[in-house]
Design a protein around this ligand. Structure first.
Ligand SMILES: [Zn+2]
Length: 311
């Protein structure tokens, strides 16, 4: 994990056009019911005691290529100024992040009164087509790695080049033929613009690290101490390694370019048998992150781009 200069230009994120260009009109209640049934079936095959829908108020923020709703849920007061946006299952063959995403939703629902000052928005299954596919795939149904498809400034010049050279055209890491070409990418970008989170948590597996992207610091010692402390709590027992820098990744897009502190939690494995153990292990750290108030760094000078980028 690398920390860089933590000073950034405060970016006024324009109001996203919710369900706008590139995203099909939201599916009907029937589609959401169908989605619940599909997830319930998949969860039961994974031997998880986990109810994906009952008691949860999923909303639809877009439609996948194959017509699945792209769902999210909101917790906490709309007026809260401390908002965390959580993404899980961008890579649909990783599985364990789905358990954490849905458990977190239930847990927040049960503990809402304890989060009077914090708001959380969770999108637990960003890549439903890859998840419902047999076998499950990292990429979406068009073969695009959704964590390489964000419309970062360097996408046009570097994404395909990095894919060919660095990954030798690995089909699991294809960034798409254009940035933001996929509805699942637009869903995430529009959610970020609409929710205007103070921080982002993206849950992956199985690389076993915590990665940070965002307003940069020159060195760890110059990073606001309390935030480092909170990150380290979440990182406990995880190896701290950087996964490098990728054009079109969420960390690059949200953390680097929009200046939103973005943590990528890579769970140790994608073994469904360990999902509940991971939830128990990480929930306190996730809670700490949710409650943590990111200081306003908007007056601390200009951004020095370049940070590590997850997953
Ligand atoms: Zn991943």
């Amino acid at each position: 994990m690398r920390f860089f200069l933590f000073s950034f230009i405060f970016l006024l994120l324009g109001e996203g056009v919710w369900g706008g260009a590139g995203v099909s009109p939201g599916p009907s209640d029937n589609d959401l019911t169908h989605w619940c049934g599909q997830v319930r079936g998949a969860v039961s095959k994974l031997d998880w005691t986990l109810e994906p829908c009952q008691g949860l108020d999923w909303k639809v923020g877009g439609t996948s290529i194959q017509g699945s709703p792209l769902v999210y849920a909101e917790f906490g007061p709309l007026v809260a100024t401390n908002t965390t946006l959580v993404f899980a299952m961008v890579h649909a063959d990783e599985v364990t992040p789905l358990y954490l995403g849905i458990q977190l939703a239930h847990w927040l629902k049960e503990h809402q009164s304890e989060f009077a000052l914090s708001r959380v928005v969770i999108a637990p299954l960003v890549n439903p087509d890859g998840f419902f596919n047999q076998p499950r795939t990292r990429v979406n149904i068009r073969g695009v790695d959704l964590n390489r498809n964000f419309s970062t400034q360097d996408w046009k010049g570097k994404a395909l080049q990095a894919w060919k050279r660095r990954y030798r055209s690995d089909p699991r890491r294809f960034p798409g033929s254009a940035s933001s070409s996929e509805p699942e990418t637009l869903f995430q970008e529009e959610l970020i613009k609409r929710v205007r989170p103070q921080k982002v948590l993206s849950i992956h597996a199985p690389l076993n690290f915590l990665d940070y992207d965002g307003p940069s610091v020159v060195s760890l010692s110059k990073f606001p101490h309390d935030y480092v402390k909170e990150c380290l709590k979440l990182r406990k027992r995880l190896k701290a390694i950087s996964s490098g820098f990728f054009p079109g990744s969420l960390g690059n897009y949200a953390g680097q370019e929009l200046g939103i502190p973005t943590l990528t939690l890579e769970l140790p494995t994608a073994d469904p048998k360990k999902a509940n153990r991971y939830w128990e292990h990480f929930k306190t750290g996730i809670r700490t992150m949710i409650e943590y108030q990111v200081p306003d760094f908007s007056t601390r000078g200009t951004a020095l781009p370049r940070a590590a980028s997850g997953g």
